[in-house]
Design a binder for this molecule. Sequence first.
Ligand code: GUN
Length: 280
Amino acid sequence: MIIDGKKIAEELREELKKKIIELKATYKSVPGLTVILIGEDPASKIYVKNKQKYAKDIGINSEIIKYQESVDEKTVLDKISKLNNDKKISGILVQLPLPKQINKKKIIDAILPEKDVDGFHPVNVGNLSSGYEGKVPCTPLGCYLLLRKVEKDLKGKHAVIIGRSNLNGKPMAQLLLKENCTVTITHSKTKDLKNECKRADIIIAAVGQPKLVKGDWVKKGAVVIDVGINKTANGLEGDVDFEEVSKVAKAITPVPGGVGPMTIACLLSNTIECFKRANS
Ligand code: GUN
């Protein structure tokens, strides 16, 4: 079974669109999302454009603030401070990666946790790892929602996560622990990745290595979520060898059309949650 992330994201966006109509009727205003883009990274430019397009489509007020690659840290911090104090702005996102003169931690820490639609602020990270309510980063949230479409009860399932990033691997582990999965986080220094994967009921691949996960790495009937988006000579490829793995997995996400669209839909959902909390 192929998990159709494009369709599932479309359905989620439809629900969110309806929510915004209701919110507009109640509060006479709509959520506002500001995305800060620094520099000319081609992938970041595409991501940011898509984020704005889908935000606008469902009725979120969205703006992109662009800075040149050479911008100084203070200029960005001052802008974040203004946005923190602007009641019309529900959510702030600074697209990563950042140029080297800008300290990523300082930028993330400067965003009010209540407006941190990425869920990267230490307060939100802490809330998630303590099992409290808070913002959940968009990519793992998208993976989780896709997983739930095919696996209703996650209790006791063994999930193997490939990659330990703050963007995905670590928050993914927290989400799955909350659902009573047994979680293994693997990474570049893991000794026998193939055998770790073979024990998994659920594999979340997020390492950025095209077609790393092969058919004989996967237990029959496992669910495989592919977070990788790798540009290769053959076009976009995931971290999973789709052709091989789709023959053994119970369910698998394709690339493109799997996790990607869900990430954006979850960003929109997080923006609406920020708006609701600010108005409640
Ligand atoms: N760059 C790649 N993915 C992301 C993301 O989810 N959020 C931000 N802010 N930057 C990214």
